[in-house]
Design a protein around this ligand. Structure first.
Ligand code: IMP
Ligand code: MG
Length: 180
């Protein structure tokens, strides 16, 4: 089983703080929350249930990792947003930012659609990539070491998403060799 890294309690109390910040920053705006599927579905559900300001929720699905624990560096949209983006204040909700490839790709395609503003909120950000090589991330839940994590929406080959906590898994090459 994954080694616990962030308990359910720590996740939930940090999401209280993040929701309060979003509530404050988006008061009076035309907020469109965009959940980046699949990994951020639980984070988006917990975050939006704490918001007190009016907002609309939509979903975009991208694939980049396949079933491996290392990035393929390729991103494609597999399910697009249905809402009109023009004039909206978009908040992109990510589960984890590692190399930044996924979020940069999404910023590039959504900026062209005439959003009034676009910000990014991520539950997790991995250490190890130089800040100047990453797109600007407006809200970060937790910065974690560069290990592969699962749970609370994040998967390894589609497993472990249901765990209420975030835990680390051994690297794929160790899994392949049967080391744990
Ligand atoms: P990036 O494009 O390298 O920033 O990677 C971001 C995407 O890769 C995330 O949205 C996740 O879907 C996936 N990912 C990156 N690191 C992990 C991890 O440790 N566990 C599970 N998925 C991950
Ligand atoms: Mg993701």
């Amino acid at each position: 089983m994954p080694q616990p890294l962030l308990s359910a309690e720590r996740l939930q109390s940090r999401i209280d703080e993040l929701a309060a910040a979003v509530d404050r920053d988006y008061a009076g705006k035309n907020l469109l929350v965009v959940c980046v599927l699949k990994g951020s579905y639980i984070f988006t559900a917990d975050l939006t249930r704490r918001l007190t300001i009016p907002h609309v929720i939509d979903f975009i699905a991208v694939s980049s990792y396949g079933d491996s624990t290392t990035s393929s560096g390729r991103v494609k949209v597999t399910q697009d947003i249905q809402q009109e983006v023009e004039g909206c204040d978009l908040l992109l909700v990510e589960d984890i930012v590692d190399t930044g490839t996924t979020i940069q790709f999404l910023l590039d395609i959504l900026q062209e659609r005439g959003a009034a503003s676009i910000r990014v909120i991520t539950l997790l950000k991995k250490e190890g990539v130089e800040e100047e090589d990453l797109p600007h991330i407006d809200y970060v839940g937790f910065t974690i070491p560069p290990v592969f994590v699962v749970g609370y929406g994040l998967d390894y080959a589609e497993h472990y998403r249901h765990l209420p906590y975030v835990g680390s898994l051994p690297a794929a090459d160790e899994l392949d060799r049967g080391e744990t």
